[in-house]
Design a protein around this ligand. Structure first.
Ligand SMILES: Cc1cc2nc3c(=O)[nH]c(=O)nc-3n(C[C@H](O)[C@H](O)[C@H](O)COP(=O)(O)OP(=O)(O)OC[C@H]3O[C@@H](n4cnc5c(N)ncnc54)[C@H](O)[C@@H]3O)c2cc1C
Length: 378
């Protein structure tokens, strides 16, 4: 077991809370610092595939995620009029179904409740100001004027990670030319699983979130200047949705009424070159490998990172060995997801801008191959 005790976790998102729970359960003393004074998790859903549930199980919360989410089997891939052309997903892993849809707020609550239960310490509304990263300790000063010395610092502060900039220099996220629109709805009675409809200008997914709720994601190419003012969000989302004649989308389109509930954002990736550690600082989750959601696996990777890092802390005797072993288990798998998602995204951009896809491009096949690879043990 690595002889460390005090661990600073920067960022209390999915990856940060997962690693803090795993650390505390393994006997370490993690402390989370979170930039925001209060968590404000937006109210759409997130897809957890079987490998995400397996990782959540390792920190003790998978059953709660399934109980408060909506487990479902393979996703039906369809043309805009509704005819099915394929399916995506994996066989169950043990008792974990191919997919669990869940509200992001509920997933956050589950992690927060578990972290509170095991006694993880949170400090809200601050961040790191300066990091003195030495071979045997990390000295940190915070934006509230306090300071601290830690055995390890784990950066899980997302795609625009401040820790990454302070320790590794500037890396700019890469805009892939796509935007995503999301909106939550009451669940239609006939929504029996997840659906994705592939159109010529966009694709729309309808994902169960709870027994009573679902959400949609819609990917589109909004060009080089994808900013859209709030007063246009409702009409533009509805215009995209109207290009899908399938009845379930037409039923939902009339329920899009509130611009404040339209979650619109551009899609970006980030690949921090390996290794994702230096001295006593290690970067995990989106801060190291942010992917676009074409495979619905970014959070799964962040949770897996958390599980693997704590396993390696327990197995190895030095921090250097721990971090090196972590990299050897995580690099290829995370790169595979980010790169396959980028390829899927590039094909979408070509499709939505009327350009030819490369010969042999097959979205269903690439999705299937990559998600199956993720069922392998981490
Ligand atoms: C549109 C979209 C859809 C997605 N859908 C899925 C999906 O269906 N399934 C899936 O598995 N993944 C999905 N993802 C990916 C998933 O959301 C991310 O991979 C996941 O949230 C990464 O977790 P994280 O903890 O690394 O980072 P984040 O979730 O970004 O959390 C970072 C945390 O750090 C805090 N923070 C930021 N800066 C600082 C700072 N300087 N100091 C302290 N705290 C800070 C933030 O407030 C936040 O709490 C999707 C992503 C997008 C963009």
């Amino acid at each position: 077991m690595t002889q460390v005790k005090n661990i600073l976790v920067v960022g209390g998102g999915i990856g940060g809370q997962s690693v803090a729970i795993a650390l505390k359960k393994a006997g370490y003393e993690p402390e989370i610092v979170e930039l925001h004074k209060e968590f404000n998790v937006y109210g759409v859903g997130i897809i957890q595939q079987a490998n995400a549930l397996r990782a959540l199980d390792a920190i003790g919360v998978a059953d709660e995620a399934i109980r408060r989410g909506s487990p479902y089997g393979r996703v039906k891939l369809c043309i805009p009029t509704g005819q099915q052309i394929g399916e995506a997903g994996t066989p169950p892993i043990g008792r974990f179904p191919s997919h669990n849809g869940i509200s992001r707020r509920i997933l956050h609550d589950i992690l927060f409740e578990e972290a509170q239960r095991v006694g993880v310490k949170y400090r809200m509304g601050l961040t790191v100001e300066h990091i003195n990263n030495q071979p045997d300790k990390v000295e940190v000063s915070f934006t509230d004027g306090t300071t601290g010395t830690y055995d390890i610092l784990i950066a899980s502060d997302g795609i625009n990670s401040k820790v990454r900039s302070l320790v590794f220099g500037q890396y700019k996220p890469n805009y892939v030319g796509l935007s995503v629109w999301r909106y939550a709805f009451p669940r239609p009675k006939d929504l029996d699983t997840g659906y994705i409809y592939f159109g010529k200008k966009s694709k729309i997914g309808i994902i169960p979130m709870t027994a009573d709720a679902c959400y949609i994601f819609l990917n589109s190419a909004e060009g080089e200047n994808p900013y859209i003012p709030e007063n246009e969000l409702v009409d533009r989302l509805k215009a995209h949705m109207r290009t899908f004649p399938v009845p379930i989308v037409q039923e939902l389109v009339e329920q899009v009424t509130d611009a404040k509930l339209v979650n619109y954002r551009i899609l970006e990736t980030l690949k921090l070159p390996a290794p994702w550690y230096k001295n006593r600082v290690i970067v995990i989750g989106d801060a190291a490998h942010a992917t676009i959601p074409q495979l619905g696996s970014g959070a799964a990777l962040a949770i897996e990172d958390a599980v693997v890092l704590v396993e390696e802390l327990q197995k190895n005797t030095t921090v250097e060995e721990t971090f090196a072993q972590f990299m050897s288990r995580r690099l290829q798998r995370c790169q595979m997801v980010v790169e396959a998602s980028e390829t899927l995204g590039q094909w979408e951009v070509l499709e939505y801008t009327g350009q030819a896809l490369p010969e042999g491009a097959n979205m269903g096949a690439l999705m299937g191959k990559t998600t199956m690879a993720l069922t392998a043990e981490i």
